[in-house]
Design a protein around this ligand. Structure first.
Ligand code: URA
Length: 252
């Protein structure tokens, strides 16, 4: 059976330090499989043990995955230099050491953001070779033009000389200033710069998907959803862009 020290198990999954865990164990605040365990160096089964600390269940999974509907005004950084960090919005019961936003959304953008403490997964997700696509919906200052479809498919040349990878773009039906766009890369301000290079301007940007993770319409701004391991595996199985766009408004 996979064993682990109780204090290591708890400290990897919560914000408690090992010394605090030791004290709490001595006070009878930790249970394993329903029994109080006073010695924090006890060995437990990391896969099956049901552990609680101060009455709260400690999850068994080593890593935490949170899908947030990022609101405007928050920064995708662990620090608070340019404004409040998205991490401030993670509710206390989902907090654990080492959480960080996997990928970036601008301060004035909103939508799907994965927050995790799994560095390997974030690395795989952000690696150019995996091309995890992301779908955004944008509001434009000027009318959407059909020529964008071909221009974006060929690869937009940004003002700094960077030639973007081919991207798909599609006008929102009956709404001539809104469009869906799918990117396979994530350069700085990329969506905004792509539309700017085409002579338009993004006024509002919302990310709807990160790979196969789809922002639930019921998740309000600033709200978080803890993902199950099977949802995270979906990350690498993205929806089809055309199907996603055509179904997007169907359940409103
Ligand atoms: N592209 C942008 O311009 N901004 C974002 O936040 C994400 C993609």
């Amino acid at each position: 059976m996979p064993t682990i020290r109780l204090d290591k198990f708890i400290s990897e999954r919560t914000e408690y330090t090992r010394s605090v865990i030791k004290n709490l164990a001595a006070k009878g605040e930790i249970t394993v499989d329903g029994c109080i365990v006073r010695k924090s160096d006890s060995k437990i089964n990391s896969e099956s043990a049901a552990v609680t600390i101060c009455g709260e269940t400690v999850r068994n999974a080593k890593f935490r995955y949170i899908l947030m509907n990022k609101p405007c005004g928050y920064v995708c950084s662990t620090e608070e230099n340019d404004g409040p960090s998205v991490l401030a919005l993670v509710p206390p019961q989902l907090r654990s050491k080492g959480l960080f936003p996997a990928g970036r959304l601008d301060k004035d953008s909103c939508g799907a953001l994965l927050i995790t403490d799994d560095g390997d997964l974030a690395h795989r997700m952000l690696s150019p070779k995996n091309h995890v696509p992301k779908i955004y919906i944008v509001e434009l200052a000027e009318k959407f033009q059909n020529k964008y479809v071909d221009e974006f498919a060929k690869g937009i040349l940004l003002s700094d000389g960077y030639l973007c990878m081919p991207a798909r773009v599609k006008a929102v039906e009956n709404c001539n200033k809104q469009a869906f766009i799918e990117l396979h890369e994530g350069k700085y301000h990329q969506v905004k710069r792509m539309f700017a290079a085409s002579g338009n301007r993004v006024e509002k940007l919302t990310r709807l998907t990160v790979g196969g993770l789809i922002l639930p319409k019921t998740l309000g701004f600033g709200e978080c959803l803890e993902l199950l391991h099977k949802d995270v595996e979906n990350l690498f199985v993205p929806p089809d862009f055309e199907v996603f766009c055509s179904e997007f408004f169907s359940d409103f």
